[in-house]
Design a protein around this ligand. Structure first.
Ligand code: ADP
Length: 138
């Protein structure tokens, strides 16, 4: 069993698609372990996107991610990290296959509906980044 961290991004929230995104993950057999709405901060985003801070589009991503509260989720299941990444599709929604979350609902590189952890190791780091242990029911 694995767990993975999802953020339903501001474009997802603006389009009122959080329920649809969660349902797609649940229909694949994943279970919801924890969920909360949060407004992201510069500090949290600089840590979360530390691999992108030198990119020219970094300030744009930060502004976008702060533009609406996001829905943070922990999903659990067998191979949860890879199952979610496969359901999500590649970063650029325009290149994502139909049938994937980003291919069906996203618009671009930045407006791509959701974040999902990309490895088991990062999932553990990201769960701790966005959830305190007392926010995760046992
Ligand atoms: P992923 O979210 O698929 O793991 P990355 O970690 O590479 O992808 O990028 C993080 C986020 O930064 C992306 O989901 C997207 O919102 C944004 N992003 C990535 N590349 C670009 C780009 N070329 N232009 C604008 N935004 C981008």
């Amino acid at each position: 069993m694995e767990r993975t961290l999802i953020l339903c991004k501001p474009d997802c929230m603006r389009k009122n698609l959080a329920g649809e995104v969660v349902l797609r993950f649940q229909n694949a057999g994943l279970r919801l372990q924890a969920a909360k709405m949060i407004r992201l901060t510069d500090a949290l985003l600089t840590e979360h996107y530390s691999h992108l801070t030198d990119k020219p589009f970094f300030p744009e991503i930060v502004n976008f991610m702060k533009s609406e509260p996001v829905l943070a989720l922990i999903l659990t299941g067998e191979n949860a990290v890879m199952v979610v990444r496969d359901l999500l599709g590649p970063t650029d929604s325009r290149k994502a296959a139909k049938g994937t979350v980003r291919g069906d609902l996203g618009e671009s590189n930045m407006l791509n509906i959701a974040h999902a952890s990309d490895s088991v190791e990062n999932a553990e780091i990201e769960v701790k980044r966005f959830f305190r242990s007392d926010e995760i029911p046992v």
